[in-house]
Design a protein around this ligand. Structure first.
Ligand code: NAD
Length: 258
């Protein structure tokens, strides 16, 4: 690992587990100062505690429900106090509700949109004033669901497609300040969210085997696969890239035949 992110301040949402945790770990290993946001108090405190080492960069956490616009509105002064400023924002927190059309309620739809789409917008709006006058990066964790249809995924897919539109439009609006905004579209990644989905199927073992076999690269993804893409999109190697997305799915969506 290099210390490419030495002294860089990084905010990661949904960092208590899964992909967000892996992203936090990779940035930290590369020297970043971290602020972890999550609604899971025990989880996010444990991640912060496990990362902290004497003499290493600072890592702190805040417990926040990102579905609540008022909670986001009051965040900026706390972030400033803990980090001083923000160079990189990773909008990763997300929820998935597996619902067929007839079971989608207005409340369920709004909840998914609030967490997966509205919170990246409101958090970007709140934290952009803390970015340097010139420079910085925002990475939004979208999904292959943004461009591909899967069963029972209408609210989730709409939220992730909206997140792609947000990514492009934010990239344009923030380009004068040289803040780059990009998205990652992961495929099936082995996280608690994935486990939850497996448990909701009639035969979890078979569902796991089936999805595994769909990947030309021979396995489903790991949180660190997505974290590496986030490191790339936030770092100097992608300095001329903004308003786009990187698919991280082991080839799942390029396959046209079983
Ligand atoms: N796992 C996959 O297969 C997969 C695939 C594509 C995209 N994604 C996306 O990647 C991101 C991370 O997914 P994951 O699999 O690690 O999920 P996960 O469920 O394991 O972790 C999500 C984290 O977000 C936090 N969170 C949820 N709602 C929140 C809220 N209202 N306020 C604050 N924090 C909240 C949770 O507490 C949790 O720590 C999500 O945006 C998800 O949609 C995941």
């Amino acid at each position: 690992m290099t210390d490419e992110f030495g002294g860089v301040s990084v905010v990661v949402t949904g960092a208590a587990q899964g992909i967000g945790r892996a992203i936090a770990e990779q940035f930290y290993a590369m020297g970043a100062r971290l602020l972890l946001l999550d609604c899971n108090e025990a989880g996010v405190s444990e991640v912060a505690k496990s990362l902290r080492k004497e003499g290493s960069p600072a890592v702190s956490c805040l417990v926040v429900d990102l579905a609540d616009p008022l909670a986001i509105e009051v965040l900026a002064p706390q972030v400033q106090a803990l980090l001083g400023g923000v160079d990189v924002l990773i909008n990763n927190a997300g929820i998935e509700l597996d619902l067929p059309l007839e079971k989608i309620s207005a409340e369920a739809f709004d909840r998914v949109i609030a967490v997966n789409l509205r919170s990246p917008l409101l958090l970007s709006q709140a934290l952009v004033p803390l970015f340097p006058v010139i420079g910085g990066a925002i990475v939004n964790i979208s999904s292959i669901h943004a461009d591909h249809a899967f069963p029972n995924a209408i609210p989730y897919a709409c939220s992730k497609a909206g997140l792609m539109a947000l990514t492009r439009n934010l990239a344009l609006e923030l380009a004068p300040r040289r803040i780059r905004v990009n998205a990652i579209c992961p495929g099936y990644i082995d996280t608690p969210m994935w486990d939850e989905w497996l448990r909701s199927t009639s035969n979890p073992e078979e569902a796991a085997r089936e999805t595994e076999s769909l990947h030309p690269l021979g396995r489903r993804g790991l949180p660190c696969d997505v974290a590496s893409a986030a490191i790339y999109l936030a770092g100097s190697q992608s300095i001329w890239i903004t308003g786009t997305s990187l698919v991280v799915d082991g080839g799942l969506t390029v396959r046209t035949h079983p």
